[in-house]
Design a protein around this ligand. Structure first.
Ligand SMILES: NC(=O)c1ccc[n+]([C@@H]2O[C@H](COP(=O)([O-])OP(=O)(O)OC[C@H]3O[C@@H](n4cnc5c(N)ncnc54)[C@H](O)[C@@H]3O)[C@@H](O)[C@H]2O)c1
Length: 389
């Protein structure tokens, strides 16, 4: 088993599949009484659960066992819609109730750390909606707990599993763009109004939106060595559909620069005041939202990195732009929990790693520190991924 920094990995053809053999033993192999599927408990039965559960229910590796929400009517409704036998109003009763193996956490981002910690402590594996926790230190400590308890934690974004990501990584690996030194990505819309948490302490456009682009760019260009950023709150109050007027304290406008080493610099911007000709609807974004530029070529990802539509490529050898990876090949942003169940069940690892998620949280925390102190912030974390021998 060879472990490499992702910077080395992008120049290694062996790294270009979306899955590799895992160092983590499969759940099935490790269990004394092997089940036929991963038993799943879902916590958080709001907006995103309706998108997640059809994919998860169709997975041959998952069985929906429990639904939990502090608003019991939501858990009841999800249970009815997806035929989930057990319903709970909070994590404690869910963990003490019907047995399950994998927690799928779809709650407010401020709740992730506490709920993921409780699940890991009681021996569950965890798939968390973005982010796994909302600070670098908290995510590090969750990962340490998972390792201590020999449990598995992974989280959204799943962008590194897309065929568009694989195509771009392969183009970089084969040096189609020559010397790559610059990249730009952006993601914004006019703000989620169904839930207040995105705008409150521990939320923000960096954690909710830029997290996708930062994951993609660090995945392609390697870990950031340092970060500088500016963030602001443009709209100090908003109307949330559920709780009425709220104070906005988390960034709703952000721009950050990452230094990936060897002269490579990338830029990410996110915010909740971004007009879209087609609104923020999956499948309707036809512009490029991410571009990578080299001395001998340029590539643009059409659509979002979480919902890629194609990759446009122009090179010195073939200067007229050609469109690639038009088919999603089964990739969709709702597939995270299904990937988790499959990976745990079969032992195949994912390019989605907890170390990468921890690094992305350090980048985001550094962006906030950079804004507060008006300075460049050096980062400590790196991530590696394993290439099966
Ligand atoms: N909505 C989207 O399009 C979208 C897309 C991708 C990711 N996400 C992520 O999914 C997560 C959930 O987002 P959402 O839009 O579904 O929010 P939501 O507010 O619609 O749903 C969250 C649900 O979690 C429940 N909840 C909160 N704390 C809880 C606790 N301690 N125990 C049990 N239940 C609890 C709430 O009652 C609510 O029903 C967030 O992390 C968000 O960033 C959302």
């Amino acid at each position: 088993m060879l472990t490499m920094d992702r910077r080395d990995v992008i120049y290694s053809a062996a790294a270009l599949s979306t899955t590799a053999v895992s160092a983590f033993p499969s759940f099935v192999a490790a269990a004394s009484n092997p089940p036929t599927r991963m038993r799943v408990g879902v916590i958080g039965c709001g907006n995103v659960s309706a998108s997640y559960l059809p994919h998860l229910r169709a997975s041959p590796h998952a069985e929906l066992v429990s639904a939990c929400d502090i608003i019991p009517a939501r858990a009841e409704a999800l249970s009815k819609a997806f035929n989930i036998p057990h319903v709970y109003p909070q994590i404690e009763s869910m963990l003490a109730g019907a047995e399950f193996d994998l927690l799928v956490n779809l709650t407010d981002m401020q709740e992730h750390e506490r709920l993921n910690r409780a699940a890991l402590a009681s021996g569950k594996h965890v798939w968390s909606e973005k982010p796994p926790a909302n600070s670098f230190e908290a995510a590090q400590s969750l990962l340490a707990l998972a390792e201590k308890n020999e449990r598995w934690i992974r989280s959204v974004p799943v962008v590194v599993a897309s065929p568009a990501f694989a195509f771009i990584a392969e183009a970089l690996a084969s040096r189609k763009l020559g010397r790559v030194v610059a990249a730009h990505a952006q993601y914004g819309h006019n703000g989620p109004n169904w839930a207040a948490f995105v705008h409150q302490q521990g939320g923000g456009s960096l954690l909710d939106l830029a997290v996708y682009n930062i994951t993609t760019l660090t995945g392609l260009l390697g870990p950031a060595r340092s970060v500088t950023a500016m963030t602001s709150v443009v709209t100090p109050t908003r109307k949330s559909e559920r709780v009425g007027e709220i104070q906005v304290v988390a960034d709703d406008n952000a721009m950050l620069l990452m230094n990936h080493g060897d002269g490579v610099i990338s830029h990410v911007q996110s915010g909740f005041h971004y007009f879209h000709p087609h609104d923020d609807k999956s499948g309707e974004e036809t512009r490029e939202t991410l571009s990578i530029i080299g001395s001998e070529g340029t590539m643009g990802l059409v659509g979002y990195d979480w919902d890629p539509r194609a990759v446009d490529l122009a090179t010195l050898e073939a200067p007229s732009t050609r469109r690639h990876v038009i088919e999603p090949s089964g990739f969709c942003w709702q597939m995270g929990a299904s990937l988790a169940a499959e990976s745990l069940f079969t032992g195949r690892s994912l390019l989605i790693t907890p170390e990468h998620a921890v690094h992305v949280l350090e980048v985001i925390g550094a962006a906030t520190q950079s804004q507060e102190g008006g300075r460049l912030i050096e980062l400590q974390s790196r991530f590696e991924y394993s290439i099966g021998a």
